[in-house]
Write a protein that binds this ligand. Structure first.
Ligand code: DQA
Length: 148
C-alpha cells in the first residue's frame, strides 16, 4: 500500500527551531526513518513538507488519485486554523493519523483546539520525533490488518 506523510509550516526548521520544545532531530532524519520502516514493511512512502496551506490541500486531493491508503499528518500551526485542510481530508476520505512532536494540550490555550482530531483515526502527541514513529507503527498495523 501507499503511505503519505505531510508536514505543515515551519517543520522544515526542525533541529534548530525551539529545540527545547521540538527536539534536535531534523525533518530529513525523521522522514528517512519513516521511509525505511515503511519500505521494510513492504509499502510505498511519500512525504511533503510545505509552509503553504494550498500546497497541502493540493497534495491531499491528489492522494485520492494516486491510491494513497493512509496519511500521517502534522498540520503544525494549521492544526489550529485550517478548515481547508480538514475539508480536503474529509473529501478524499483517506484514513489519517494526526501527529505532533509537542503536547499541544500543555501549551498555550490557542493550541488546545484542533480542526483534525475528531476526524483522525488517532492522535499521537508529546513524544518528540517518536510521535511520528508511534503513529507509523499504528498505521502499519492497520495496513497489516487490512482495514485501511
Ligand atoms: C506542532 C504543534 C503546533 O501547535 C505548532 O504550531 C507546530 C508544531 C507539533 O508538532 O508539536 O508548529 O504541530
Amino acid at each position: 500500500a501507499k503511505l503519505l506523510v505531510l508536514h505543515g509550516p515551519n517543520l522544515n526548521l526542525l533541529g534548530m527551531r525551539e529545540p527545547e520544545v521540538y527536539g534536535h532531530a531534523t525533518l530529513d532524519q525523521i522522514d528517512a526513518d519513516l521511509r525505511a520502516r515503511t519500505e521494510a514493511a513492504g509499502h510505498a512512502f511519500d512525504s511533503l513538507q510545505s509552509n503553504a496551506e494550498h500546497a497541502l490541500v493540493d497534495r491531499i486531493q491528489s492522494a485520492r488519485a494516486d491510491g494513497t491508503a493512509l496519511i500521517l499528518i502534522n498540520p503544525a500551526a494549521f492544526t489550529h486554523t485550517s478548515v481547508a485542510i480538514r475539508d480536503a481530508l474529509a473529501a478524499v476520505a483517506i484514513p489519517f493519523y494526526e501527529v505532533h512532536l509537542s503536547n499541544p494540550h500543555r501549551r498555550e490555550p490557542f493550541r488546545h483546539t484542533s480542526y483534525f482530531s475528531d476526524l483522525a483515526v488517532g492522535v499521537v502527541c508529546g513524544f518528540g520525533a517518536d510521535s511520528y514513529r508511534y503513529a507509523l507503527d499504528a498505521a502499519l498495523s492497520r495496513l497489516a490488518a487490512g482495514t485501511a
